[in-house]
Design a binder for this molecule. Structure first.
Ligand code: SAH
Ligand code: SF4
Ligand code: F3S
Length: 484
């Protein structure tokens, strides 16, 4: 490693390595030196907070940001106390976007009171040119701005900000690069997300993700397996494989591989007891995958299968590339092959041109599939997507009314579905202490349901058998069931 006293000089005089990830480790050292100087001056450690908006993909990225900040010498703190605050943003719906601007208003005041404070923004919202224009104009107090494609360069950009000051902005239009082996600090010791692919090629007509996350790229299976082996060696027993459309995993690899085959290989890794994945696009879900799931002891009994709409006409306008009938057939096949599976979904209400008849088709699918849970969204117009330019946008009051009716149905069915497990004994992974009930823990079942039961913090990360005593709608109250 480098002689640390020479780092400052080195940062200015010696060219950093060209290769990744070596280059980023060089800049982590450079940051470390600045952080140490600053904390010596203040007589206390420097602190950071990463705030995440959006999906699991962003949550995983935030763990990477955290890994780099900790190696640079920052210590974790609550946002209100942190010297370095970074928002990892989402822009999938307008609300996500507005939240960030709301938070930024508060940060501006805080920074006035704490001049040494630094603020950074990254993530999906930063890939939108209008956002960058607005930040440049009205949010000069933000120190560092970067996007989704160059997140691997965080250490380098942080070093630039620490050494050179001013507003550092670096946004890439796209990338075909995947940088492996950067530091990462997990939120949970016993479970972890694992990216298997980045980007999306589907261009559903309402969705901004392909524009802000770029083209689909799969990680090489050997890199994924190596990462999971290392996680297992570090005490992780549950992995969640992450991608916008995991069912198309491997198609663009030099040696193509199916997602089902990848699952078979992950299954062989010793120490991993549970495998989850997110998200499955119905159009690419193969019989091979259903078989692998059915025969697996480790793949969890949960499938998130976004429907978006139950109307074939709307599905076509959404560019989802399946019909209502194809979806129903698929859901039926899955329930038949894996009867104890939980099915969950995403549904958008008020897509342009949606009529009451179209909406009734959505309700019909919900009734037939009987989802264990469904995330329902009001359609949100995203500038730049084909749907935003469609003429027949649905008035907000109509959308809201449909949304309320859908939610009522979804909740009623989800309660019934949840209740079907009452009285059974389920293996749960203990995740955390329950904040609302003293002396209780929260555990997750294979089918993703949560159960609260009496226990002690020392059990976090362990698997225990819990009898589901009382169904509370979307979760259970239970009791550990010791069998010896
Ligand atoms: N790749 C995943 C979804 C990622 S976005 C998939 O294909 O299923 C998560 C969810 O946000 C989507 O399933 C969709 O229901 C919702 N969503 C995306 N764009 C939206 C928009 N413009 N308005 C409302 N909801 C949207
Ligand atoms: Fe968006 Fe469709 Fe890609 Fe999912 S599959 S991220 S909804 S474009
Ligand atoms: Fe949001 Fe980006 Fe995920 S837009 S939903 S954080 S991929």
């Amino acid at each position: 490693m480098y002689n640390e006293t020479d780092l400052d000089k080195m940062y200015r005089n010696t060219a950093p390595p060209d290769r990744e990830p070596e280059r980023q480790y060089y800049f982590i050292e450079a940051c470390r030196k600045k952080v140490r100087e600053e904390s010596e001056r203040l007589g206390r450690p420097l602190t950071f907070c990463v705030t995440t908006f959006g999906c699991q993909m962003n949550a995983r990225d935030s763990e990477k940001l955290t890994g780099i900040l900790e190696q640079a010498g920052y210590q974790p703190a609550e946002e209100a106390e942190a010297d370095f605050v970074i928002y990892n943003t989402c822009t999938v719906r307008e609300n996500a976007n507005l939240k960030v601007y709301g938070h930024l208003g508060l940060l501006k005041h805080r920074k006035k009171e704490r001049p040494g404070m630094r603020i950074a923004l990254c993530g999906c919202m930063m890939q939108e040119p209008e956002v960058i224009e607005r930040l440049k104009k009205s949010y000069r107090f933000v120190d560092l701005i970067f996007g989704t494609h160059n997140i691997f360069k965080f250490a380098e950009l942080l070093a630039r900000s620490l050494y050179e000051g001013g507003q550092v902005i670096d946004i890439w239009q796209g990338t075909d690069k995947i940088v492996e082996d950067l530091p990462v600090e997990r939120k949970y010791s016993f479970k972890s997300g694992v990216n298997i692919m980045f980007g999306c090629n589907n261009f559903c007509s309402y969705c901004i993700v392909p524009y802000v996350r770029g083209r689909e790229r799969s990680r090489r299976p050997e890199d994924i397996l190596k990462e999971i082996e290392a996680l297992a060696a570090d005490g992780v027993t549950e992995v969640m494989l992450l991608g916008q459309n995991v069912n198309s995993y491997g198609k663009t690899l030099e040696q193509p591989m199916t997602f089902a085959e990848l699952l078979r290989q992950v299954e062989k890794i010793e120490g991993i007891r549970r495998i989850r994945f997110m998200t499955s696009h119905p159009k690419d879900l193969s019989d091979e995958l259903i078989e692998v799931m059915r025969d697996s002891k480790k793949i969890c009994r949960h499938l998130h299968l976004p429907l978006q709409s139950g109307s074939s006409r709307i599905l076509k306008a959404m560019n989802r590339r399946y019909t209502k009938e194809q979806y129903l057939e698929l859901a039926e096949k899955i329930r038949r092959e894996i009867p104890d599976i939980s099915l969950t979904t995403d549904i958008i209400v008020g897509f342009p041109g949606e009529t009451e008849e179209d909406f009734q088709e959505t309700l019909d699918v919900v009734r037939r599939v009987r989802y264990d849970n469904a995330y329902t969204f009001l359609y949100s117009k995203r500038t730049g997507t084909p749907a935003a330019a469609m003429e027949n946008q649905v008035p907000p009051e109509v959308t809201k009314d449909r949304f309320d009716r859908l939610l009522a149905l979804v909740q009623e069915l989800a309660k019934e579905q949840t209740a079907r497990f009452a009285g059974t004994v389920q293996e749960v992974l203990v995740e955390e202490v329950n904040d609302h009930r003293p002396g209780f823990l929260t555990g997750r079942m294979s089918n993703n349901l949560l159960v609260h039961f009496p226990g002690e913090a020392a059990q976090i990360g362990q698997y225990v058998n819990v009898r589901l005593e009382e169904c509370k709608g979307f979760y259970y109250i239970g009791r550990v069931c010791y069998t010896d």
